[in-house]
Design a protein around this ligand. Sequence first.
Ligand code: SF4
Length: 452
Amino acid sequence: MLKATSSSEGDASLSSEEPPSPGAADLCTLPAGPAAASMPRTTGRARGGQRLDWRWQMRNRLRTIAQLRESFPSLDVSSGLIEAARKFPLAVTPYYASLIRRPDASDPVFRMCVPQPEELRDPAFLRDDPLEEDEDMPVPGLVHRYPDRALLLVTTTCSAYCRHCTRKRVAGMHESSITAPRLQQAVAYLRRHSEITDVILSGGDPFTMATEALERVLAALRTVPSVQVIRLGTRTPVVLPQRITDELVGMLRRYHPVWVNTHFNHPNELTPEAEEACARLVDAGIPLGNQTVLLRGVNDDPRTIEDLCRGLVRRRVRPYYLFQCDLVRGVEHFRTPLSRGIEIMEYLRGRVSGLAIPTFVVDAPHGGGKIPVLPNYVVSMSPTHTVLRNFEGMLVAYPEPGIPDSEAPRPADAGRPPGVHDLASGGATSIRPAHLARIERREMKTLCRFEA
Ligand code: SF4
């Protein structure tokens, strides 16, 4: 298992340099923005511009129920909530707290960051580490599952702890970052395994590390000639966009090719601050992808995902994965049936550009890796034809190669409409729904031409 290292032996993350003081409810004057009207009540004021400082945001994270209660006086503090916060770490940046519009679980941002009694539900099939990452660690902190990729867990710290986190077993349990000896061990393994060309930094959130500490990791990876691509997984543009500074971005661009995958789950997270953070990264030549987790009561609705994906593309962020929620202890209340994800993919296809459509994946238990799950577009197959369905419900016959030119299509029986078998056997080429906007547009065009 990932061994969390103590801050005294680790490289400096901000959290280890400047530990949060849960007792000091020095909350902020919250940022102006779309949620300003419903911002949480605060007990302290940030001195001019402080709220724009990511270190100030980190120091002033809401870390206790009392601090949450101060910000949201109407918060329903049940014994279950207290127990959930005791079991799994709580942290919310003042910025992210300001995006909460209703202080209850009907609000998507609230639901993602405030402990819920449902986290205590514990069906037998849940695991602390369902992806068995700990089993796939040849050296501590380095997960080697796929042939050409490795995942390096560089910190256990996040600026905000997502209630739906897959790594609840480590994220925030003890805030620290990778030590120099552990980094050397990981680098030595990568040197011995030149088939690994792509290293993903994750945790925790790598952008919570001090820039110099993160740079030490990147510099060490760049000493391995076979490592071509470095990727960073982060929720920072969502929960702490102030951290995406010119200094950070200037450092990252020295280690290209660097890719960043971020983690927006709901359109309410697409604020001007988040947009600026994404723009900084993209302008530095860092391609941005987004990994969304499908979460019950947050985004398990086709239109919400459509708005999110459209909003991401508008901000130059490519929707990359839509994840089925993992079988992790503490997140069962977020899990949706697989059919919901398939329904969402069905809704998106044809409605939005392929650029805005993520791949829906199940990260399989037992370390099975990511398995894409799609609506069924292949309706039938024969040696000569494959019958495909499009998003409109139209069926088309796709002729396979090698059909002799001389082979005449067998016409469908006269007097009856073609069926799927006729498509598969070459007796018909398509079956269309009675009304299609696309066909009606064509007919209108023909009519206009005729009348002109
Ligand atoms: S930012 Fe990532 S690692 Fe941290 S709590 Fe959220 S999902 Fe987990």
